[in-house]
Design a protein around this ligand. Sequence first.
Ligand code: GLU
Length: 492
Amino acid sequence: MSEVRVRFPPSPTGYLHIGGARTAIYNWLFAKKHNGKLVLRIEDTDAERSTRESIQGILDGLTWLGITWDEGPYFQSEFAAEHVAAANKLLASGHAYKCFCTKEELDAKREKAQANKEDYKYDGTCRHLTPDEVKAKEAQGLAAVIRFKVPRTEGKIGFNDAVYGRVERAYQDIEDFVVVRSNGLPLYLLCNVVDDIRDRITHVIRGQDGLVNTPRQILIYQALGATLPTFAHMPLTLDLNKAKISKRSHGEIVAVQFYRDHGFLPWALANFLVLLGWSPGDDREIFSREELIQAFSLNGITRSNSIFNYRKDDPKFFTDPKALNINAHYLRTLPIEEIAPLVRKELEKAGIWDDAYEGEKKAWFLRTLTLIRERFHTLTDFATVGRAYFADDFAIDEQALNKNVLKHPELKDLLPELADRFEALPQLTAAEAERVAREFAEAKGVKPGLPINAARALITGQIKGPSMFELFEHLDKELVVKRLRTVAQYFN
Ligand code: GLU
């Protein structure tokens, strides 16, 4: 097989969304797997809708995800002359013709077809104009589009899609489609093929929404005498209501940037996205880059559409629970030294970073992260749920406060007394803290859980977390004592 060459050709009309990112990742994996090349091509021919910010957002999103490309970015708009040349070649070889039908004429025919409940297709009026007739119309200054001359034969045009298998379309069902507008601008369908031919693309791996274009694009390949690439169309990504995920209808929740800003690790998102529409054939869900490159093949792509199960109304599980679980997996298992710089960014954003965490308090900082990450799903959790570890101005979770503190007025006296006992210890070790707390509870005739759970609420702000005895030792004794003594203020 010749060198594998794939491409990712986003239209820069918005941010990089998860569907586009998934397509990019599949192409990237396929290139890596076959020692091939990934070409990045920005399809910016729609000048009105393409923006610089969008281009930058797409490049940033891919870079953040760790998707590297081997060539480009090329810009489709820079190849306008080639697109026009290809259209002229089609004209010269008799694979296309100029059509002078006006919008009004076409609209009238379309309306008539609709009134008769017939499917409208261009009727080929200009298909048989003689060269002289064409010249005469041009001499009159009439505007023309260029239409592709679809073979008018029985039979079907077909191809073997690497995912969907045999796909066929009857020639009769394909109208003579426009490849160049009357203002001289070539249409996307043609530009896309011309670019793929120039970039020597061997595999077109794209969303299933591209499938409607493929038969017509194959006609263009054939007319230009080019070798066909292999086509592989990916299933769509739907929301829980089975609506197609799109930038327009789903907003920022489907933007790659949203995940970066909400504490996702790039590889965790990539790992999740790959599983939206591909399966390794066994039940593995966590893959390193190398494992994924090994395991990936077009055969594993599912034909059924995948569901992106995000919930708009649940602030805790703000996105697909599987995405959160995969992120949590990486957050909890990567070497803590890799996590630390990412947590630093979160703490900086929240204004609670202390340079000592990379100096004299480094060991304490890393240990803290190790203790608390066990319950976290995103990097953001370190600065929100974990705020009490790094700052004094934290809010206590309402449920923790109500259930473990306010329901038990006796804590108002108990906790300051426990604080005194802790304070009197030469060293607040986990073992000492446990011994003292248990003896104290027994002496007071309460369950040890009562002061311990209350201590958790007042010290960490949470209802759950690492072992409190470990925390008593790990946190500064003064801080423990101080926060236990705050109990009175909650009863006022
Ligand atoms: N620019 C097209 C898009 O963003 C690419 C389609 C294709 O891959 O051929 O949908």
